[in-house]
Design a binder for this molecule. Structure first.
Ligand SMILES: NC(=O)c1ccc[n+]([C@@H]2O[C@H](COP(=O)([O-])OP(=O)(O)OC[C@H]3O[C@@H](n4cnc5c(N)ncnc54)[C@H](OP(=O)(O)O)[C@@H]3O)[C@@H](O)[C@H]2O)c1
Length: 221
């Protein structure tokens, strides 16, 4: 893939796992951080860990990373608006991929937080009217993504309104070992993808695993 993928919050659990998986698949990655030095340090550590067969991983601050043609948001729901601010000048025309799940916990477990626009992804689309926003990677657990010695063995659900952007993200997902990208429909379905994580957390707690999603009877040629 010729287009580099930037990961805002690429220093975190999901960001590191995704960066490693993509680089191993030959995709150039830019790690974005609120602190450029931290981004560079994580990029250097991943480069050393993955060895010469992986594509280049570099690190920088979020604003600089936001200028990439494909920008993945891998930051927590708490404080995500400030992270959007950091790419407001640079990611205006990017494909922005959100994996952000708005959820909270109480004594009954995890539950989804309602978002005024319907979903975090639609909120981002409102803030970045010229960008093409896609939801993906919402249902993959960080430990699964990060276990590089094992295939992911899951479907990556992708929602978006721009067919080319959706196809590009499905293709990215397909490149990850053992993963399959599945286009599920329009961006407004992001509310469903974002709300699945509390369900998965409930399953994980009950059965002590890191469950993911795999559609039955779906064959994609
Ligand atoms: N963890 C999972 O299993 C999982 C699964 C599916 C989806 N998700 C979603 O993926 C996103 C990232 O999850 P994660 O577990 O990778 O997050 P994380 O490790 O807690 O944080 C990721 C990165 O976000 C940056 N960041 C920006 N603002 C922050 C703030 N206010 N507090 C803490 N960190 C902040 C940090 O990087 P810098 O300090 O370098 O800026 C941090 O390394 C979340 O929205 C989550 O809902 C998570």
């Amino acid at each position: 893939m010729s287009r580099p993928v930037a990961i805002i919050g690429g220093t975190g659990a999901m960001g590191r796992g995704l960066a490693a998986r993509l680089a191993l698949a030959g995709v150039e990655v830019v790690i974005g951080s609120r602190d450029a030095a931290r981004g560079a340090s994580v990029a250097a550590a991943l480069t050393e860990e993955l060895g010469a067969d992986a594509a280049a991983i570099t690190g920088t601050d979020n604003a600089t990373a936001g200028a990439a043609p494909v920008v993945v948001l891998a930051v927590p729901f708490d404080g995500f608006e400030a992270n959007l601010d950091s790419i407001a000048e640079t990611a205006t025309r990017s494909i922005i991929v959100s994996m952000v799940n708005p959820l909270a916990f109480d004594r009954r477990g995890a539950y989804p937080i309602m978002i005024e626009e319907g979903s975090i992804a639609e909120h981002i689309a409102g803030r970045f009217p010229e960008a093409r926003v896609v939801s993906a990677f919402n249902t993959v657990a960080a430990p699964v993504l990060g276990a590089l010695d094992r295939p992911v063995d899951e479907d990556i659900l992708v929602a978006g309104d721009d067919p080319d952007a959706v196809d590009l993200v499905v293709d990215l997902a397909d490149r990850i070992a053992g993963a399959r990208g599945v286009a599920v429909g329009a961006l407004r379905l992001s509310m469903v993808l974002e709300s699945l994580t509390p369900v998965l957390i409930g399953v994980n707690k009950r059965y002590r695993t890191h469950a993911g999603v795999r559609f039955s009877r779906l064959e994609i040629s």
